[in-house]
Design a binder for this molecule. Structure first.
Ligand code: GLC
Length: 434
């Protein structure tokens, strides 16, 4: 398919002005699946899980020596790695995509790269390509495939790593070019072998800016190899969507965005980190992300043998129960109404005629909506269909100002995590903003 399409494009480009083909597919077309996906699972997996220390940063920051860090290669077995089980769990959580670290800053590739020998295939007892079966398992379940790749590489001999006393990139341009060629080679492998839907870059902050990293040219190459691929922001301003990390943005970023967040305090598996957010806390954050029109990329960290820690499995299962009960308020919705009308996150159906209210607390009295001009056709609890009566108070017949809507939510009907209420409106949502 792809090949045939490229052939046609090539043939057409010979007869039509080049400018038409210099244009990428419309941004929204490429990003459309991503905008609807809402939940993704981030997977940090690498040799750092052997000792359970920080991914790459532990040697960069001098917590362990580089040699001790790399000695973990010998313990990375992946001998209980079951990508089909991973994919099943990811699907059950309600996520529509997953992003796997194919190479973190330490430079260890999880696939069979031909660019050097530093891979799980050649340098660890795992002895195999771990990306390929992961991609296959996701595709089988119709989950979108994201691959994380670090531009910088603290193991590569041509990379001007700051912890070694080395010349800067501009003092040895040939060497820097060799490194860029290496990066291009690895990315060509990843895009052509696995045809990812998403490339999740990291580590664009070192060395220099877009000119030094040749980010514009890289973007062009990536879109030639894989025309539909979307890129996160960490490619020196040449990405497709914003990537806030850990902190939930108070004002949502413009355009498409995705909050990446750990479940505990670590990206990768750390035996002694039990500081997990509760399922409620995660769902609460997720609801805020939804209300801001973004996606949540929630991180898990499998162990060196490929098993996923029980706490993480439990969180994904609880999240899954909630996303499945409330799916209509999540997928295919857009950002909700501005703050002030309702004390809690909200989303809107595509036609804007259903307003979803996420109740951040168990109500101790009726919930309140202000400034809603629409008549309400019906109100129900999304998770179980219970119909709810409402009351409108304070509406003066001579005034444009709408009355205040009060809805009683019976205690017996609330969701143990977070109740969502659907207001079916007469016409698209219309707010009184004065
Ligand atoms: C930060 C960290 C990196 C982690 C990434 C995930 O950039 O440096 O270790 O993989 O966040 O977003």
């Amino acid at each position: 398919m792809l090949f045939a399409r490229r052939l046609i494009l090539l043939a057409l480009s010979l007869v039509l002005p080049v400018a038409i083909f210099a244009e990428e597919p419309k941004q929204d077309d490429r990003l459309s699946w991503f905008r609807h996906a809402r939940l993704g699972i981030f997977i940090h997996w690498g040799i750092y899980t052997v000792e359970g220390i920080d991914e790459s940063w532990s040697f960069f920051n001098g917590y362990v020596s580089y040699d001790d860090y790399m000695a973990q290669l010998d313990g990375f077995t992946a001998d209980r790695y079951k990508p089909k089980d991973w994919a099943k769990l990811i699907e059950q959580s309600g996520a529509r995509y997953a992003v796997l670290t194919t190479k973190h800053h330490d430079g260890v590739a999880l696939w069979d790269t031909q660019e050097n020998d530093l891979s799980t295939v050649k340098a660890t007892p795992a002895g195999r390509d771990l990306v390929k079966p992961f991609v296959r398992a996701l595709r089988k379940r119709d989950l979108r495939v994201g691959l994380y790749y670090s531009h910088l590489d603290w193991s590569h001999p041509d990379y001007p790593i700051q912890t070694r006393t080395e010349r800067r990139y501009d003092e040895d341009p040939e060497r820097w070019q060799r490194f860029l060629d290496f990066r291009e080679g690895q990315l060509r492998e990843l895009t052509t072998q696995f045809e990812p839907d998403l490339l999740w870059f990291d580590g664009d902050w070192e060395v220099g800016g877009s000119d030094v990293w040749k980010s514009a040219a890289l973007r062009d190459s990536l879109l030639t190899w894989q025309p539909e691929v979307i890129l996160n922001s960490r490619i020196n301003g040449h990405g497709d969507y914003a990537t806030p990390e850990q902190g939930l943005p108070v004002t949502p970023p413009e355009g498409a965005w995705e909050l990446c967040m750990t479940m505990n305090d670590s990206w990768g598996y750390q035996d002694n980190d039990h500081n997990y957010k509760t399922p409620y806390q995660i769902i609460r954050i997720f609801a805020d992300v939804l209300a801001g029109g973004g996606n949540l990329l929630l991180d898990i960290g499998p162990r060196a043998d490929g098993t996923i820690p029980e706490e993480q499995v439990a969180i994904l299962e609880k999240l899954g129960r909630w996303t499945s009960a409330n799916s209509e308020a999540i997928y295919g919705t857009t950002a909700g109404i501005p703050a002030g009308h309702f004390y809690g996150p909200t989303t809107l159906s595509k036609d804007q005629e259903t307003l979803y209210l996420f109740l951040p607390h168990q109500p101790s009295g009726p919930i309140v909506i202000k400034g809603l001009k629409n008549a309400i056709n019906r109100i129900r609890i999304v998770g179980n269909g219970t119909k709810l009566p409402h009351q409108i108070l304070g509406k003066a017949y001579w005034s444009q100002v709408p009355g205040i809507v009060y809805i009683d939510v019976p205690e017996a009907e609330v969701d143990p995590m977070m109740t969502v209420i659907a207001l079916q409106l007469k016409g698209p949502v219309d707010l009184h903003r004065d």
